[in-house]
Design a protein around this ligand. Structure first.
Ligand SMILES: Nc1ncnc2c1ncn2[C@@H]1O[C@H](COP(=O)(O)OP(=O)(O)OP(=O)(O)O)[C@@H](O)[C@H]1O
Ligand SMILES: [Mg+2]
Length: 464
């Protein structure tokens, strides 16, 4: 298979130079576009991508030096060779500083030109390869282990392995800090797309207009400040995965656009006319209650169904208290290693406090608590005093997951925790938990609904 010819842009105000350069390069098999000034050059650059640009330094109006930074901006930018009439070190240095790869002195010899152009294109290809290799290493190494041997986490792991190799859209739900992004990374890392990019978009962090151009890209001049073409996150994720984090925070207008992109598998850049086909896989995440948002008219139902093809729910840490100490030990070893404090251990009293606390901030809160303790610990052990105040003062020091009264919690919170711990102790078996609690099953179900406690095995087993 032969590749299409590589495209070269020649910018020079002298027609003779444009014509002779164009003729030589076409003879060498390149596709050549010429521009007589900065304005024409910008137009050509906006219309289609180039592999290389040859730019004259002296031009009336905008000089080549001024134009240079615009040409070389962005990942897919052409490699740039400056053309100068004077072999002055000064101009050469200036050009190289502004992003040129090399320079050529007029009048030039065709052989020198051919040679330089080839080398420049090789350089560009190597750069792109490097970037891709780096990207691959990043994706693979950026999925650290999912720790936790509780039934819920084992089930979660099985589910990730099952769904990852498919191209199905996944909606990851869970409270803040439960590991949604970690799960998304695993879905990508265990998929056939793992050698391509995982592109992460924190939808909640961006204003509506910015989010649109982040997601879908924009054409040059689409709005004030759109100085050049911008490739959106969907296009960047071509062949790979796009992770739409905090999907519940997307404005109604962007929801409509997203729905269309998910249906058509094509994106239209802001200010653009045609649409571009893109091959992406979507993983979305939210800590919000999307069905409730649908009811309140804040989230589009069709979009929800498009996203919720395979739901993956991560239970909060308090529903899987068996994972607390395993995670604490993991973070201690990991962070202790990174901070050069190897061999630290928790005292039994510290372990009891960690175990008894309810971790409203979930795994992230636990991770932060351990990091803080590693920094503060003065001797070879981490004791209660090294733990954050909330953990020290939190629910008791009683050992088991059941909280001890006296902490600053309400009766309802106490009941919620006790039910969660009992459910976990009964491996999610509601009938057995109801018996242990001395209430009937329907009462227990009602309480579970009120406190948002799920049945891990039932949820994980459905919707396959
Ligand atoms: N099961 C786990 N094993 C190991 N590390 C975990 C686990 N769950 C979460 N973490 C770690 O805890 C931190 C928080 O996880 P992550 O950022 O994935 O949570 P999140 O649900 O996306 O949170 P938020 O809603 O706040 O964005 C990360 O450093 C993550 O690596
Ligand atoms: Mg997150």
């Amino acid at each position: 298979m032969s590749r299409p010819p590589e495209r070269i842009l020649v910018v020079d105000d002298e027609a003779v130079v444009r014509d002779s350069l164009g003729a030589w390069l076409r003879q060498d098999g390149f596709e050549v576009v010429t521009a007589a000034d900065a304005r024409e050059a910008r137009q050509a650059l906006a219309a289609a991508p180039f592999a290389l640009a040859l730019v004259d330094i002296q031009m009336p109006g905008t000089s080549g030096l001024e134009l240079l930074p615009e040409i070389v901006a962005g990942e897919a930018a052409p490699v740039c060779i400056i053309i100068t009439a004077y072999a002055s070190v000064d101009t050469a240095v200036q050009a190289l500083k502004a992003g040129a790869w090399d320079y050529l002195v007029k009048p030039f010899d065709p052989d020198e030109l051919t040679h330089l152009v080839r080398r420049a294109l090789e350089h560009r290809e190597l750069q792109a390869e490097n970037r891709q290799l780096r990207g691959r290493l990043d994706e693979v190494s950026r999925a650290p282990a999912i720790v936790g041997a509780s039934r819920a986490m084992r089930e979660l792991d099985r589910r990730i392995s099952k769904v990852a190799p498919t191209d199905s859209t996944v909606l990851v739900t869970g409270e803040s800090g439960t590991g949604k992004e970690l799960v998304a990374r695993h879905i990508h890392a265990r998929s056939r797309r793992r050698h391509r990019r995982l592109v992460i978009v924190h939808c909640g962090a961006l204003a509506e207009g910015i989010l649109e151009s982040e997601l879908f890209g924009h054409e040059k001049g689409a709005f004030t400040g759109a100085a050049s073409v911008h490739q959106g996150k969907f296009e960047q994720a071509d062949g790979g995965t796009i992770f739409l984090d905090e999907i519940g925070d997307v404005s109604p207008r962007v929801q409509v656009e997203l729905l269309r992109v998910l249906e058509e598998r094509r994106v239209t850049r802001v200010g653009g006319s045609g649409s571009i086909p893109v091959d992406f896989r979507v993983v979305a995440a939210t800590n919000r209650d999307l069905p409730a948002m649908i009811e309140a008219g804040e989230f589009r139902e069709e979009l929800f169904w498009r996203l919720n093809v395979v739901p993956v729910r991560i239970p909060p840490l308090r529903e899987r208290p068996e994972d607390i100490l395993a995670l604490a030990d993991y973070f201690l070893a990991d962070l202790g290693g990174k901070m050069n404090r190897r061999g630290l251990e928790f005292t039994p009293a510290a372990r009891r406090r960690l175990q008894a606390y309810s971790w409203p901030g979930n795994v992230r809160e636990l991770q932060n608590a351990i990091e803080r303790a590693v920094v503060l610990a003065s001797g070879p052990v981490i004791d209660v005093g090294d733990l954050p105040r909330s953990v020290r003062d939190g629910a008791g020091g009683g050992g088991g997951p059941a909280p001890v009264p006296g902490g600053p919690i309400s009766l309802a919170e106490l009941e919620r925790r006790h039910i969660a711990a009992t459910l976990t102790g009964c491996a999610g078996n509601v009938s057995e938990a109801a018996r242990v609690l001395g209430i009937d099953r329907s009462t227990l179900y009602a309480k579970m609904r009120r406190y948002g406690l799920g049945r891990p095995e039932a949820e994980a087993g459905s919707n396959q």
